[in-house]
Ligand binder design. Structure first.
Ligand code: 26V
Length: 822
């Protein structure tokens, strides 16, 4: 008998009556609350438990299918995930949003208030973690069996508050209100070794084998969060590992009265998964981070081996059971760990194990920034992972022999390709390990993939051109359109039918409506309503009053010099100075909205946030400005806040220096919600512009090759400063101390620009201002702007993460996805 599928039981019934009864049962029986005393948070937990029953019932059936059919499954290895709030997403995917609204409405509870209670798991820094979550959503939607493996950080990305204009970090206590979405799998625990030494021994077939004798063993326990797909019975699983001590504590030490030492090991073990590392301005070889990476990767690979055995597969055909994607180099140690598991623990021959390893792994690169490339001092690496260092030497030895054959007498090339960097101090290069151990290597946008082959991975591209591919990123339209923008979703449903979130190619059918005045009016009304809601939220969070009919000019993303939030500020201040010079200057009313976290140790990024808030302090109150300019720093940009911001953006700022932003995904989210983009030819901007049409995109700035040429010729920011009086006036104004009440506050920013300007703001300043001028002009023609906005949405269907995932399935993982309708 099938124990879980009947849809008419209280637990999994989908009528409003069923849902209400299950909700009330959970309130009383699971939470111990009588309805009259329940708080909004109790309502949230009771509803989450109700929906969880539906989700888990699907998840276990979906999982069973994978085991029975022995399909090749996808393991997405990622040190970061940013799923966002789950509840509303599940309601949409399960098709029970309306019934739930009715169920709660009938007992006087507002569903939106309940949804607002959910705190999101901030288990990532930004784009990379969010992409991983979009991909789990799409994998489930296109009906591919998958597990996203990662770390269950107790403390995720810090909470950001703004105090006196400065970023102040707070501890992210995402688990403090309880987490109804995860299931602690008590039966699924893995032992992970660290330190110690290796020994050789002879097995009963007379073969020399290696044994790793660790100095410490840590336990990883699995916490599963099911991820539903849209209109699909398949669920992805996000399986996160929490570190625990193998023993509670050291009884021997305890009995000898050494209490400190008795608990020391337990504390150390538990610390491993405590906290997410923020992207600093530099990759620092921190031991704990290396341990985190090995910890989750080893747990994941051991778990995959367990599942191979469970579904009757063979270890010697591991790659037929699993396609393993390395989300950046964070899990690249998996290449050596799979070798160790196959050779040392499952007694495979080296060459067989290596063939399996290469067929199993593929690697996605997410940045060209040299300072972000991961490398570990050989000493440190060897002390944490002595056996893996030996294995890496073994891989390297064979690999360099292969290189010598392909390129005889080319020592410089050998040195560049080697897994060990030997210029000065010796390092293990994780990108090289990932490349050697994978059968496919991809970048995340067309331009990025090309630049990868020309720059950081050029030697690998010369050696193995066939390994290289591009998969342009995508975003899930369920969360970022259907949920975030219900007004737009209503229009899309009316025009395209209810299934549109499952097939974004249908957006094309909106094109003719761009010329329809009635539709344009409805479009504007939806957008204005979104902006009113955001204006209310801005006032609630910052106290700043903004005008919903002004142009909402939005830059939300991590704060980094290469993303050039300070270029945006140079524009704002130049407008301010124009108004001060001539109070009647024709400046269209704009609300500049900034948001994003700065790494706690990134000095300049923090100054840039202060420059935003100081500009706001100056501009927002000035009577000469008369409300035409408002500058807002929206605190604590995260997935939940993003869902309120994206649908209210008129203008999407994607102004990174060309060649620096691997892809960007906020660019896609805003354009899919009807924003026009002002941007450089960087990352996926290039493809967005191709898709929406050059006439619907505000392009400016140097191209990536112009950037290289300018840098090669010896870039002199001073020449731009001297030749452009508005630029000079703007920079001088910042340098004058007029902002923020302290004359030295922004000296470091000014000095950085005048003496170096590593991201060429001064070179792009004039072109940026000209493009902003064109923005202002088009905004003045509301019909033309609206048409352009409609066409942006109509032509963005390609940027659904379903399309990206289908490409991975076909070209990289060799698994079958449900075909798209078109
Ligand atoms: C890492 C680091 C580490 C230390 C130095 C400063 C720094 C700066 C950036 C990064 C980002 C590492 C990887 C990453 O998050 N890349 C982002 O991946 C997104 C998804 O593919 C993509 O859309 C973004 O363009 C890319 O920055």
């Amino acid at each position: 008998m099938n124990a879980i599928s009947p849809s008419n039981t209280i637990r999994t019934g989908t009528s409003a009556e069923n849902l209400r009864q299950a909700f009330l049962d959970n309130l009383v029986c699971a939470l111990g609350r009588l309805p009259n005393y329940a708080s909004a948070h109790d309502h949230y937990l009771a509803l989450a438990l109700t929906v969880r029953d539906h989700v888990v019932a699907r998840a276990v059936q979906s999982f069973e299918q994978g085991v029975v059919k022995m399909m090749r499954r996808v393991a997405y290895l990622s040190a970061e995930f940013l799923p966002g709030p789950h509840l509303a997403n599940h309601l949409l995917n399960l098709g029970i949003a309306e019934a739930t609204r009715e169920a709660l409405g009938g007992i006087g509870i507002d569903l939106d208030r309940v949804l607002a209670e959910e705190e999101e798991p901030g288990l990532g820094n930004g784009g990379l973690g969010r992409l991983a979550s979009c991909y789990l959503d799409s994998l489930a939607t296109v009906e591919v069996q998958s597990i996203g493996y990662g770390i269950r950080y107790e403390f995720g990305i810090f909470d950001q508050v703004i105090r006196d204009g400065w970023q102040v970090e707070g501890t992210d206590k995402w688990l403090s209100g309880g987490n109804p979405w995860e299931i602690h799998r008590l039966g699924i625990a893995k032992q992970v070794k660290f330190g110690g030494h290796t020994e050789t021994w002879t097995d009963d077939q007379g073969r020399t084998r290696v044994r790793w004798v660790p100095s410490i063993v840590i336990k990883g326990e699995a916490y599963d969060t099911p991820i539903t797909g849209y209109g699909s019975g398949t669920c992805s699983l996000m399986r996160l590992w929490k570190s625990e001590a193998v023993e509670s504590f050291d009884f021997e030490a305890f009995n000898h009265g050494d209490y400190d030492r008795a608990v020391e090991q337990k504390v150390d073990s538990e610390n491993l998964s405590k906290v997410l590392y923020p992207n600093d301005e530099l990759h620092r070889g921190k031991e704990l981070r290396l341990k985190q990476q090995f910890f989750f990767t080893s747990c994941a690979l051991q778990d995959m081996l367990r599942l191979v055995a469970m579904s009757g597969g063979k270890v010697a055909a591991f790659d037929e059971s699993w396609a393993v994607q390395l989300n950046d180099t964070h899990p690249a140690i998996g290449v050596a760990e799979l070798m160790r598991l196959l050779v040392d623990e499952h007694a495979l021959e080296w060459d067989d194990a290596w063939a399996i390893t290469q067929k199993t792994f593929s690697y996605t690169n997410h940045t060209l920034l040299p300072e972000a490339l991961e490398k570990w001092p050989v000493e440190l690496f060897g002390s944490v992972l002595p056996r893996h260092l030996e294995i890496i030497y073994g891989i390297n030895h064979r690999f360099l022999d292969e290189v010598r054959t392909a390129f005889p007498d080319d020592d410089a090339r050998l040195a560049r390709l080697s897994l060990i960097d030997e210029h000065g101090a010796r390092y293990v290069r994780m990108a090289n390990l990932a490349c050697v151990g994978s059968h496919k290597i991809n970048g995340v946008a067309a331009l990025h993939s090309e630049l990868l082959k020309k720059t950081v991975l050029a030697d690998f591209a010369a050696l193995w051109p066939e390994k290289f591919d591009n998969v342009t990123n995508g975003v899930t339209p369920r969360r970022f359109v259907a949920l975030a923008n219900p007004g737009l979703a209503g229009l899309l449903e009316r025009e395209l039918g209810a299934g549109w979130p499952g097939d974004l190619s249908c957006l094309g059918r909106l094109e003719p409506l761009a010329a329809d005045p009635g539709f344009r009016r409805e479009w504007r009304e939806v957008r204005l309503a979104n902006k009113r809601r955001l204006a209310a939220l801005i006032q609630e969070r910052t106290g700043i009053v903004v005008t919903p009919d002004s142009l909402f000019d939005v830059q939300v993303k991590r704060i980094h010099e290469y993303k050039r939030q300070h270029l945006n500020l140079l524009h704002v201040l130049s407008l301010y100075l124009s108004i001060k010079r001539d109070p009647d200057a024709g400046v269209v009313p704009r609300t500049f909205i900034f948001g994003g976290k700065a790494a706690p140790g990134y000095f300049l990024a923090k100054r840039i946030i202060r420059l935003v808030t100081a500009t706001g302090e100056l501009v927002n109150q000035d009577p000469d400005v008369a409300g035409r300019l408002k500058v807002v720093f929206f605190p604590d940009f995260n997935v939940k806040n993003a869902q309120h911001i994206y649908p209210a953006a008129d203008l999407s700022e994607q102004i990174s220096l060309a060649g620096m932003e691997a892809s960007g995904t906020g660019n896609m989210k805003m354009s899919l919600n009807g924003a026009l983009t002002i941007g450089t030819l960087d990352g996926a901007n290039v493809e967005i512009r191709d898709a929406v049409g050059a006439e619907n995109f505000f392009l400016f700035g140097l191209t990536a090759s112009e950037v290289s040429a300018l840098k090669a010729g010896g870039y002199q920011p001073q020449t731009y400063y001297e030749s452009d009086s508005l630029l000079r006036e703007t920079i001088d104004f910042i340098a004058s101390g007029a902002l923020g009440g302290d004359p030295d506050l922004f000296r470091p920013v000014v000095d950085n620009l005048l003496h170096g300007d590593p991201y060429l703001l001064l070179a792009d300043f004039r072109a940026y201002l000209d493009a902003q001028q064109r923005v202002g002009e088009l905004w003045g023609d509301s019909d033309a702007w609206t048409s352009s906005s409609i066409l942006n949405v109509a032509r963005m269907g390609r940027f659904s993460s379903d399309r990206s995932i289908r490409e991975y399935c076909e070209r990289i993982w060799n698994v079958n996805a449900k075909p798209s309708q078109t």
